[in-house]
Design a protein around this ligand. Sequence first.
Ligand SMILES: [Zn+2]
Length: 438
Amino acid sequence: MFNEKAQMMKGDKIRELQKEKMLKMVRYAHDNVPMYKRKFKEAGITPSDIKSIDDIHKIPFTVKDDLRDHYPYGILAVPKEKVVRFHASSGTTGTPTVVSYTRNDLDTWYDLMARTYNAAGVEPEDIVQNAYGYGLFTGGLGFHSGAEKLGCAVLPTATGNTKKQIKLMYDFQTNVLACTPSYAIYLSEAAENFGYKPAKDFNLRVGMFGAEPWSDEARASIQESFGLKAQDVYGMSELYGPGVAVECPKQNGLHIWGDEFYVETIDPISGEVLPEGEKGELVFTMLSREAMPLLRYRTKDIAVINYEECGCGRAHPRIMRIKGRSDDMLIIGGVNVFPSQIEAALLETEGIGEHYQIIVDRDVLDKLYVKAEVDRGHYESDEYDEEELLKRTSENITAVLNIRARVKLLEPGSIPRTVGKAKRVLDMREEHDRIEDV
Ligand SMILES: [Zn+2]
């Protein structure tokens, strides 16, 4: 087992280490990052006020805007000369969020990624096909370097070039596929179109899927089509990248590597820390980041944390699968709607395929439109009862959301396919608001 000591660390040892590292990190961030010195001062505290893990709630949150405000070099705690890597995520506002790494930060990240692969069931003998995007996005290099560190052979295919992707998957008899879940669905569909039977012709055993929320139904579909174990990987560039948390083969929550990350759950509106086991926004403190320490970083991801030891023997706390981001949540006619709920309803509807698009618009009232492709493979002939399928689809959506959706059925292949993160939600209301502003 890779870094067995860290992977199998007992709960009391994790807590002891968290306290020790946290107290050091709080002082380090305060002394080396002007932004933290200012935040502490504004909150009327000093590092000496943080004596235990429970004192951490006294420290103000760090949010994405704090990173944007420090463009281009980010929240640096070291001289620029000590930085060996930058990554950036594109922001909707135009200013990217930049993250920086020292040599030690990269070593820590790659160790986390190697553990992440290993805990998910990947072994050093495996061939890993890495179809995440290489570049400023942390997915490509993160999944690449972690697999190498574990001892795997990496095929750095990156995203796109689907035909070659599938040929290499077949010729090399790749064991592990690393990509976004939506691209995995696309790949299996494309492989079938090229005449392959993915579960039989390919040799995939484990899928390392992350960078976007996906439903249990999407997981079941990927597992069945490729005959692999589809493992959920969690992370974000602010927290090194991927490798913050991962599912073990029990597939019952994602283990957060507690020796490197301290997690809290808060009420996203009031900011109040919630008791263990309550659903809320995840907030992370990095315990050994050199270049860019982050204290109490708000992720906007909504989940429940389970602190019980897992059946796999790991005591690292588990994120019970991320069902949506507070960012992604749509408020339609006053009702909170997560796109993943609509996805779940569609996947439960027999005769509907995996590709869909959600459009929200407004004339006087908010309106929800769902475009979904018909699963032709489900029907024996070209004929199907369109009215019946429309009725069943919108009933299934209404059953989940309690609001009515206007459903449009499309032929397979009509919805544009993406290779990176899926753009499945179009909120036209923002467009109108902008026009009205002018
Ligand atoms: Zn486990």
